[in-house]
Design a protein around this ligand. Structure first.
Ligand SMILES: [Zn+2]
Length: 423
């Protein structure tokens, strides 16, 4: 079995791994880069018998639509729904790829390569690690994972019953060089949100990804505990609607403490004839559970509103020096600090930065976020349990640090070939 990290050996994102055995070649992940310095892939890099996607983050699956025609794409069913949800709201056509759905712990074969997905805990839902077997060799790819989210039992299970006889492991190392100590677990984020809600006299805004389902559950639970109502936008409502396929425990618009804020006049996507069948009763239910702008203004202290950065100017109407509203920034802080738009005239982002810097009267800023990625300590426990003969860094900016923490590290460069039968 030959392994080649086509991109992602020394960066976070842009992941694309080529695995070959005999006549079979597959790609694991086909991601868009997050860094502007990342080298582009050649079209020939995307030619393979099949592509297997670990999870629905753009840095792992963003190139799916550029794959050559007829390349089958293996992905989790909910992961695919979430990709389509985003496209629908961006008014992009559905993906034309041929999708085949994977199920955790059920092996499948592509030519001479057999793959077993392991469901993992990550900030994206429906995320997998993969055991990849061919030529009597075993490769384990961690995907993006962690041990401190709401599905930490999945991490514990792998530690307790690890795959055995692993010849090499590709393991992410996003957190090398980063700290997660302020909010070590998802529950600590939930607690922080609850503390703010319990004391609020004005509205609180939560800046978070709509697809970070763990975070939305945290927000909902904090609301429930403090008697507040969670307000989401129509896109988030549709994302949560997709989660009904796999769980009854994720909040959605049919729940009493969830309301939707949207302008019916601007909800054309939902009522477009080509989308009517897909949305079914969703539009009517969302409309029936809508919260108006005037209600939010009249009783702001009752609400926690999930908001995206581009919509931040909406906050202006709640500024009140006597009882400031609070913004909880609940995603990686680097997005705000390192944004390419830092000096641009993106008004929403500048406004948010002014709040952060304490320059907006009647607004307060706080931070509550836990990483989607394993801490160094959890990476160590993971590596110890799996005990691979070789450990290959991926999805990290600090590949050279692996050998300080782990045994048998093989640091590959992008495009460098590694043969598993080489001892
Ligand atoms: Zn990810």
């Amino acid at each position: 079995m030959e392994v080649r990290i086509q991109r992602g050996s020394h960066e976070i994102g842009g992941t694309c791994i080529r695995i070959s055995s005999g006549d079979t070649t597959i790609l694991i992940d086909a991601g868009l880069p997050l860094s502007v310095d990342s080298a582009p892939l050649c079209p020939s890099d995307l030619v393979a018998d099949a592509v297997v996607i670990s999870h629905p983050h753009q840095d792992h699956c963003g190139l799916v639509e550029t794959l050559p025609n007829n390349t089958p794409v293996y992905i989790g069913r909910v992961a695919k729904y979430l990709l389509e949800a985003t496209r629908t709201f961006l008014r992009r056509p559905p993906l034309a790829n041929e999708f085949r759905y994977i199920t955790s712990w059920q092996p499948f074969s592509i030519g001479s390569i057999t793959i077993t997905p392991y469901l993992v805990d990550h900030s994206a839902t429906d995320s997998y690690a993969f055991l990849i077997e061919a030529d009597d060799k075993k490769l384990f790819y961690s995907g993006d994972f962690r041990g401190h989210g709401r599905k930490s039992a999945l991490y514990d299970n792998i530690i307790k019953k690890p795959p055995v006889g692993i010849d090499a492991m590709l393991m992410e190392g996003t957190m090398l060089g980063r700290s997660n100590s302020a909010f070590p677990t998802e529950r600590s984020v939930e607690k922080a949100i609850g503390t703010i809600l319990a004391e609020q006299k004005n509205i609180t805004f939560l800046i978070s990804s709509s697809q970070n389902i763990d975070r939305i559950v945290s927000a909902y639970r904090a609301c429930k505990r403090t008697g507040k109502i969670l307000v989401i936008d129509i896109y988030t409502a549709w994302v949560l609607e997709q989660m009904k396929h796999v769980s009854n425990n994720v909040p959605n618009i049919d729940w009493k403490l969830v309301k939707v804020a949207f302008d019916p006049k601007r909800a054309a996507t939902l009522r477009a004839p080509e989308n009517r069948k897909m949305f079914g009763s969703f539009y009517d239910r969302a409309n029936g559970n809508r919260v108006s702008g005037s209600e939010l203004s009249t009783n702001p202290h009752l609400y926690l509103m999930l908001l995206k950065v581009p919509a931040c100017l909406f906050m202006k109407r709640f500024a009140n020096p006597d009882s400031p509203f609070t913004v909880i920034y609940s995603q990686w802080q680097g997005y705000l600090e390192n944004s390419a738009d830092k000096h641009s005239n993106n008004r929403a982002e500048s406004f948010l930065r002014s709040i952060k810097d304490g320059k907006v009267a009647g607004a307060a800023f706080t931070y509550a976020h836990t990483s989607g990625h394993a801490t160094l300590n959890d990476l160590k426990r993971f590596t110890f349990a799996i005990n691979p003969k070789r450990l290959i860094p991926i999805h990290t900016e600090h590949a050279h640090q692996y050998s300080n923490h782990f045994k048998n590290v093989v640091e590959l460069s992008d495009s460098e070939s590694f043969l598993l039968d080489k001892e």
